[in-house]
Structure formats: structure tokens, C-alpha cells
Ligand binder design. Structure first.
Ligand code: BGC
Length: 736
């Protein structure tokens, strides 16, 4: 529709019809116009349902075509509905969780995964996905770390932009594309104490420097929708934060699309204690810039009254309704209300061989080898016994894979049975996946404990371990231990799994652990007792195949940690890009009594950001700079030569970090500014160069200007964030 026609349509709408566009109803209200159950509880009328702008979580080509047809027939202006859903790491073909995707350090691969998710979801009738989640995460207690791409602003920015491009393609008109909704704006990942929905206390400088870049990258990549976060920021819930949504998001960041609240967040303004009643909540949220109300009765029940009483100018409603209509138009819904919803296409693309293969590749590239002593890995196959609750556990998708069928997931056991080298390996569960006294709370209800008898299972496993040359132990948290509303104060493995580890270690010293789960855990006992540890996260539909291929050496683990593994929970929040403090602690724990440290644990995490081994080894030359000083207009090339020192081909992720030694505000000890993946044959060397330009040296100065300041900088290039391979250069003061 031409913009003039769309304007005309908006002009033709009554106030009720415009307010209807601002409302998103949950999918379970879907009886196409009849007010029953939850819709009745919310006080909705048939008219409200008839005028709604959008539905969430309805999926399936046939269902959506039918609903769209019925709704448009009943709507006075035949305005199509917008169908949105959480397509987070795939629709039916499930990719690894986003935290694992971050570990690929491969934005192109992540983009391809998002494109596949879009293709499947588009065929199933979806128009917009609530992804990417670009929230920065420094606290592994927070259950939603699994949905983030990690602890680093630069990496998150690359990944958020890649996902937007994957979903949306070059144009929303292309077949198989869906619009992206960036979330949760802003600072949701900074929940105090790692407790979901909790307050975020961030300085404006930290917000701008660490949290905003990934959101900005998604906006720059053209994402169509932004979701306001649940949390307060500076004591204001985002759905009520006019400064955040208008000044920062729209004016500074240049976002032009539609803003939606999070689930029921407008009603929650009452619980936050910033609205006395529903009417005030409606006023505050609309004024702040929330265009669409996700699933609460606030807009639908209050906006009309507010306009009639002269408290809300109708112009505010017009502006928000315009943004909703504009999105529908950008999606071409007025001409193609079903877009790509097509049952034949669903059959052709969902879980197609190509999609499965892409999911497997992504999983393999997300695996992080944390330890590998005595060349425990790779295994031949026939010398190993596979033990542990994750050997045959089908829940390899993250908690957000709500539309996937677990029966489509290849478990480790199924993959072993298919592979000629492992067809006959013995397997045993060893123990239940979680402790009976620590029930796992799923999103909706407690998860039924698995049925294996702990004592019998343990005995069977130990017997197997005694007979085998090597034991592959498949351990980890239940998938429902991470995700929304799944924060945990204890991030150790379940007691039954630790007991299994102890008993197996007594029987056989050659243990390789494959670790599953949605967060970095406290894995000190694993580090002590296992010779190898492979972090496999929640690898998705092809998880089992990816794990088996990797263990057999058919794929080299090339993932690098997108979030560090903390030493223990007491260290949280922890991140490599921290400030130095006035008393940086180095070296001897007892000598530096008044250094910034703990008495009982180190400052450093167990495994740092960016860390990961390969089946081969890599050596780095020292850092070479093309000059030792530069003006703001000049550039310096920093390079290293990387050599594959092992006997197999492998892929290294070469990482560049910068550090401003003295500035007007305290600077992080180092910050990731670039990375490059290089595939090297045994003995092969390659020079890897990064160009350093002035924009990479900027900071928010005393007056909150984003500028670089002359002085000395350190350049680190190495395999992870703890590298000591460094050089120095000076940014010259041109005024002098
Ligand atoms: C979550 C969002 C999600 C929305 C819709 C909320 O509870 O915070 O991330 O997109 O529900 O399902």
C-alpha cells in the first residue's frame, strides 16, 4: 500500500479501531472472536477481539490462514493481524542456544541459522520473531544467559546484527523472511543477583558503553521492532521510561519502527509501584513510547477513557497506530495477508536435510573444548563406554524451543547407534538428571523426575567403567534450569551427578566429560577429575550427531567461550572487561593483603572469555605494530603470525583486545575489538592483521562525549581474553 493510502486508512479508523491496533493478544484467546475463558477473565468484549492488532504464539500455516481470513472478514476495515512468536534458536529445526551460537565467533554462521529459522517460521505463518535478545550477561545465575550471546559488547553486537540480517534478509519482501524484534531494551541482563525480572542498577556510562552497543547494532541492521524490558533502569521500568524509549532509542539510536512491551509489562507497572491504577499505567506507557501492549488489558480498557477525558491527546494514539500499520505495510500484509504461510512449504522445509545439516554444523562449531590432557579426545570409538543422564536425554533444545518436538532431536545414544565406529559401545544413564529433592521447575510446571533407580544405575555404570579404556561422561543441567524465570543460586551440578563422577573416577581415570546445559556452571570437580571437558551447551535437534562426530575427531572443536566459566557462584557477576580498581591484585595471595581480592577464591574465572582448545595446537608470534604512534586520522596495523603446531588441521579464533592506559574515566583492563577465524593445516603459519583506527579507542568522557583521548594504549592479540601477548602505541595529541 502506498504511504498516502495508509495515511488515509489511519484517518478512516475510529478511536476504538486505532486502539485495537495497539493490542497484542495471547494465542490462547484464539477462538476467532468468541469471548471465552482467559479473554473473559481479562474483561474483553467481542468487539475487542474483533479489533485486535496482533496475536502471539499462534503457529501453523493452516491455522494462521484460517484465523487471518476470519479476522479480516470481521474487521470493519479488513486490517490483517500481525502474528508474532518466539523463534529463538530455530523453529522446528533447532539450532544451539544463542549462548552457544556466541561461542562460534562466526556471525555468518549465526546469520545462516537465523535465516533458516525465518524460512521455517515464515512457512508456518509467522511475521515477526521476538529475537534477537541482545542483553549483555555477566551473571551465570540468571537463567536467561542461555538466550544471550554472552558477556562481551563487541561480540554481542556482531551476533545481534547477524541475527537481524538472517531473519530479515535484504528485504522483508523476500520469500521466507520475517521481521526481527530486538529485546529486551534495556539492561535486562543486568538483573541484580542474577534473579530474573530484578532491578538493573547501571551507571549511564556502563549502560552506554557495555549494554547499548549490541542493541545499536541490531537497530543499525534494520530490525523492525524493539521490545521494552521488564526491569527498572534508574528505578524506572523500561515500559515507562520516556528517556530510554524516546531520547535514547528513537533520537540517539535512530530507531524508526514499532515498540512493544514485554508480556503483561504494562499491568506490572502497578506492582513496580509507579502507577496507582491501570489508567495511570496506560497513560505512562503510551507517553513513554510503548506502541503495542503485549497481552495486558491496560491499553484496551483505558486508552479510550483517557482520550475522552482529555488526558491523552489522540495524536499519541495516532502515532502508535501508525507505527503498527506501517509495520504491517512493510511486511506487505495488506496485499499478502498470509505472506508465506503455506502447508506445502511447511512440509518441504521443516526439518529438511539441509536445515538439519546446518544445525549440526552450527552445533559442532559452538562446542568448546575446555580441557584435553593425555590426548583423551578424540576417541577411536570402540574403547569407550558412554555414561551419564545426558547419554539418552532428548531435551537438547533450549527452554525456548517451544514449537519443536523433542522426538525430532537426535540424542547422543541415537547418534552412537548410527555411527559405524560407535555402533556397539556400551551406554548407561548412571544416575537421574537431577536430584529428587531439588525439583526442576519448568516454565509452566515442575518437570517430572526421570525414572531411573539411582543405586542400580550407579552400580551398572561403575561396572561398565571398569571394563572400558575410556569413559565419556555426559553430564549437565536439565534444560529447564535455564531460560526465563529459571535463575539459580547454586550453579553446581546436581549432587547425584557429582556422586556419579566420583564413583566413575574411582573406577577409571580416563574420563572425558561432555557438559550440557544453558549456563556456565561451577565445574571445579570436573576440572579436577576429568582429563577432558567438552562444553556442548544445549546443541539442538542435531546435538547427538554433533557430539559424536566431535568426540570421534570428525569435527575439530573450534568454539571459544562467549561467557566465562566462573570459579564459583561467589564470584558473580564476573567478566573479563572489568575495571582495574585502585588496588589491582596480582600474584601472591598472601603478600598482597590489601589488594582487591577474595580471601578464599581467585579473582579469575575458571575459564576466561574467549577460551577454547582444539585437537591441534597453535603458537603465536609476538605482536607486531606497523607504527608505535598514530594521529586520530591515521591507522596502525597490528599483526601476529599464528602457526598450527599439531598434527591435525584446526581452526583458531585470533582475538584482538585494546586497553587505554590512562584516560579521564577509568577504563576496562581490556576490550575485545576484533577477531578472525583461521583454518590451518598442520605446520602451516598465517599472518593475521587487524587495523586499529581511532573509532576503536573511544570512550564516554567526563562530559559523556564519545571520543578518543590521546595517550598510550596496549594491544593484545592472542587465543583468549587472558593473553599476555601485547605491544604498545601512542595516540598523538594533535593540538600539541
Ligand atoms: C519474555 C519475552 C518473550 C515474551 C513473549 C516474555 O515473558 O520476557 O522474551 O518474547 O514473553 O513470549
Amino acid at each position: 500500500m502506498k504511504e498516502t493510502e495508509l495515511r488515509q486508512l489511519l484517518n478512516d479508523l475510529t478511536l476504538d479501531e486505532k486502539i485495537g491496533q495497539l493490542v497484542q493478544l495471547p494465542g490462547y484467546f484464539q477462538n476467532a472472536g468468541a469471548v471465552t475463558g482467559p479473554a473473559a477473565d481479562m474483561g474483553l468484549t467481542e468487539e475487542d477481539l474483533r479489533l485486535a492488532g496482533s496475536y502471539l504464539s499462534i503457529i501453523g500455516a493452516e491455522k494462521i490462514r484460517k484465523l487471518q481470513t476470519e479476522f479480516m472478514a470481521r474487521h470493519p476495515h479488513h486490517i490483517p493481524l500481525l502474528f508474532m512468536a518466539d523463534i529463538i534458536n530455530g523453529y522446528r529445526t533447532v539450532f544451539p542456544i544463542p549462548l552457544a551460537q556466541g561461542c562460534t565467533f562466526d556471525p555468518e554462521l549465526v546469520k545462516q541459522g537465523a535465516a533458516i529459522a525465518a524460512r521455517e517460521a515464515a512457512a508456518a505463518g509467522i511475521h515477526v520473531t521476538f529475537s534477537p535478545m541482545a542483553d549483555l550477561v555477566w551473571d551465570a545465575r540468571w537463567g536467561r544467559v542461555m538466550e544471550s550471546t554472552g558477556e562481551d559488547p563487541y561480540l554481542n553486537a556482531q551476533m545481534a546484527a547477524a541475527m537481524v540480517r538472517g531473519y530479515q534478509g535484504d528485504s522483508l519482501e523476500e520469500k521466507g523472511r520475517i521481521a526481527a524484534c530486538l529485546k529486551h531494551f534495556a539492561g535486562y541482563g543486568a538483573a541484580e543477583g542474577g534473579r530474573d525480572y530484578n532491578t538493573a542498577e547501571l551507571s549511564v556510562r556502563t549502560l552506554r558503553e557495555d549494554h547499548l552497543p549490541a542493541y545499536q547494532a541490531a537497530v543499525d541492521a534494520g530490525c523492525e521492532v524493539v521490545m521494552a524490558s521488564f526491569n527498572t533502569l534508574d528505578r524506572i521500568p523500561s515500559a515507562a521510561n520516556e528517556w530510554l524509549l524516546k531520547e535514547v532509542l528513537r533520537k540517539e539510536m535512530g530507531f524508526k519502527g514499532m515498540v512493544i512491551s514485554d508480556w503483561n509489562a504494562l499491568e506490572e507497572l502497578l506492582a513496580h509501584g509507579i502507577a496507582a491504577d491501570q489508567k495511570e499505567a496506560a497513560f505512562i506507557a503510551l507517553r513513554a513510547g510503548v506502541d503495542m501492549d503485549m497481552t495486558s488489558p491496560i491499553y484496551i480498557r483505558n486508552l479510550k477513557k483517557l482520550v475522552e477525558e482529555g488526558k491523552v491527546p489522540e495524536q499519541w494514539i495516532n502515532e502508535s497506530a501508525w507505527r503498527v500499520l506501517r509495520l504491517k505495510n512493510r511486511l506487505g500484509l495488506f496485499e499478502r495477508p498470509f505472506r508465506d504461510a503455506d502447508e506445502g512449504e511447511e512440509k518441504a522445509v521443516l526439518l529438511s536435510d539441509g536445515h538439519r545439516q546446518a544445525a549440526r554444523e552450527c552445533a559442532e562449531k559452538s562446542f568448546v573444548l575446555l580441557k584435553n590432557e593425555d590426548q583423551m579426545l578424540p576417541i577411536r570409538g570402540d574403547e569407550a563406554a558412554f555414561i551419564g543422564p545426558y547419554v539418552d536425554h532428548p531435551y537438547l533444545n533450549g527452554a525456548w524451543s517451544i514449537f519443536a518436538d523433542d522426538q525430532d532431536t537426535v540424542t547422543v545414544r541415537a547418534a552412537l547407534a548410527r555411527h559405524p565406529r560407535t555402533r556397539n559401545v556400551p551406554t548407561a544413564p548412571g544416575c537421574p538428571i537431577s536430584d529428587p529433592d531439588q525439583p526442576v521447575l519448568g516454565f509452566q510446571q515442575p518437570v517430572a523426575p526421570d525414572s531411573c533407580d539411582p543405586e542400580e544405575a550407579l552400580k551398572e555404570a561403575v561396572d561398565l567403567a571398569k571394563k572400558a579404556d575410556k569413559v565419556v561422561l555426559c553430564l549437565g543441567e536439565h534444560r529447564e534450569c535455564t531460560g526465563e524465570a529459571a535463575s539459580r543460586g547454586d550453579i553446581t551440578l546436581p549432587k547425584c551427578q557429582l556422586r556419579l563422577l566420583d564413583e566413575i573416577a574411582r573406577a577409571n581415570k580416563n574420563i572425558a566429560v561432555v557438559l550440557f546445559g544453558g549456563r556456565p556452571l561451577d565445574i571445579r570437580p570436573l576440572k579436577e577429575k576429568a582429563k577432558a571437558i567438552l562444553a556442548a551447551w544445549l546443541p539442538g535437534s542435531e546435538g547427538g550427531n554433533a557430539v559424536v562426530r566431535t568426540l570421534l575427531g570428525e569435527s575439530d572443536p573450534s568454539g571459544r567461550l562467549s561467557m566465562c566459566f566462573p570459579w564459583c557462584v561467589g564470584q558473580l557477576p564476573v567478566h573479563y572487561n572489568h575495571l582495574n580498581t585502585g588496588r589491582p591484585f596480582r600474584g601472591d595471595y598472601h603478600a598482597a593483603r590489601f589488594g582487591s581480592k577474595y580471601q578464599d577464591i581467585p579473582n579469575e574465572p575458571l575459564y576466561p572469555f574467549g577460551f577454547g582448545l582444539s585437537y591441534t595446537g597453535f603458537a603465536y608470534s609476538s605482536v607486531k605494530l606497523s607504527a608505535d604512534s598514530m594521529t586520530k586520522k591515521q591507522r596502525i596495523t597490528a599483526s601476529v603470525t599464528v602457526t598450527n603446531t599439531g598434527s591435525r588441521e584446526g581452526t583458531e579464533t585470533v582475538q584482538l583486545y585494546l586497553h587505554d592506559l590512562a584516560a579521564s574515566v577509568a577504563r576496562p583492563v581490556r576490550q575485545l575489538k576484533g577477531f578472525r577465524k583461521v583454518k590451518l593445516e598442520p605446520g602451516e603459519s598465517r599472518e593475521v592483521a587487524f587495523v586499529i583506527s581511532e573509532d576503536m579507542l573511544r570512550l564516554y568522557d567526563l562530559s559523556m562525549r564519545f571520543v578518543s583521548e590521546p595517550g598510550e594504549f596496549e594491544v593484545f592479540i592472542g587465543p583468549d581474553s587472558a593473553t599476555d601477548n601485547r605491544a604498545r602505541f601512542t595516540l598523538l595529541d594533535e593540538a600539541r
